[in-house]
Design a protein around this ligand. Structure first.
Ligand code: ASP
Length: 332
């Protein structure tokens, strides 16, 4: 009987992003383009071969600000197929950091597996001075091959830290520490080839999620409105007229609405589409208000506007009705 430890098989799903980009030189940190396939990224970090046998897939190869609903589903289907493969022990997704939080949260809600699913990006392009991608990728493999990462849902690795997919945010335009966990998100730390978990995600995800990717053909349009002093109602009129299936408002403070945004809530209510109050502050819980009842306004809890949009789109695509939305936001 061979007692050698099982050498993990890890699927690397490449999607593009800065981690796969290169600029005009080693100190060009902004004018770069996606230039490498996932295979090329891996060949530039041979150390990952120490940790696992690797197979790859490349559903898209774009900057993450170019990912749309169709490409998000394509990425999710690639991850789901890998997770369902009995030969695969874990999945790592290389991804741009601009919308990494949206993809990670979507995968967190739809991939039915206990296997580690790790999303990883970089703030500096490959090959640049002090590029962060190689170590982030190596650390993603450290976490992906760790027993402790099983059952934790989708995780994000950056700068030796591990974040939960529900609560990580990109908080800076270009700082190396742009990815952080808001109030809740750092759940583990990587030290050498070890990952030390301190927390476990509290809300349902992956196997405990009610959402089924195979039942989703397409995701609906859900708009996000950034509220501010003196906002008008015209963007809400346009959104409803364009047929969006829900509106998320990044409200002021506790999701407070300007007069224009409140009129937008009325228009959404009239059109029978969910209107979700989130907050432009980027963290904290949006508390329910007595005034929500008038137009059936839903509170987005502690989800950022961009994540509230993901949950709303997924819920609608899954056939959930407006009167189910508040319980969904309370649950996830
Ligand atoms: N600047 C982004 C990144 O850091 C570009 C992208 O999201 O694709 O990956």
């Amino acid at each position: 009987m061979n007692n050698a430890p099982h050498r993990p098989y890890v699927m690397i799903v490449g999607t593009g992003g800065t981690i796969a980009s290169s600029g005009s030189g080693t100190v060009d940190y902004h004018n770069y383009k996606v230039s490498s396939t996932v295979e090329q990224i891996l060949s530039s970090v041979p150390e990952v071969g120490r940790l696992a046998e690797l197979v790859t897939d490349q559903p898209v190869n774009v900057d993450s600000f170019r990912i749309d609903n169709a490409s998000l589903l394509k990425i999710a289907r690639s991850v789901e197929a890998a997770a369902a493969d009995p030969e695969i022990d874990a999945v790592v997704v290389t991804h741009g950091t601009d919308t990494l939080e949206e993809t990670a949260f979507f995968l967190h809600l739809v991939i039915r597996t206990a296997k580690p699913i790790i999303v990883v990006g970089a703030m500096r392009p490959a090959g640049s001075l002090s590029a962060d991608g190689p170590l982030n990728l190596y650390n993603a493999l450290v976490v992906a091959t760790s027993e402790a990462a099983w059952g934790k849902g989708v995780l994000v690795v950056a700068n030796n830290h591990v974040y939960g997919a529900r609560d990580l945010v990109k908080r800076d335009t270009s700082a190396i520490a742009a990815i952080e966990g808001s109030k809740y998100g750092v759940i583990a730390e990587i030290c050498g080839d070890e990952v030390h978990f301190a927390h476990t995600p509290a809300r349902p995800h992956t196997l405990d999620s009610e959402f089924v990717l195979s039942s989703i053909q397409q995701l609906p349009v859900v708009d996000i409105m950034f509220d501010h002093q003196g906002a008008g109602q015209h963007l809400y009129q346009a959104s409803v007229a364009a047929g969006s299936k829900a509106i998320v408002v990044a409200g002021m403070g506790n999701g407070s609405l300007s007069a224009g945004a409140r009129q937008g809530a009325f228009l959404a209510h009239q059109a029978g589409i969910p209107f979700i109050r989130s907050s432009r502050t980027g963290q904290g819980i949006v508390a329910p208000l007595n005034s929500d009842a008038e137009f059936g306004i839903i509170t987005g809890g502690s989800l950022t506007p961009q994540k509230a949009r993901i949950l709303a789109a997924l819920a609608i695509a899954s056939g959930k009705k407006s009167d189910e939305m508040q319980s969904i936001f309370d649950r996830y």
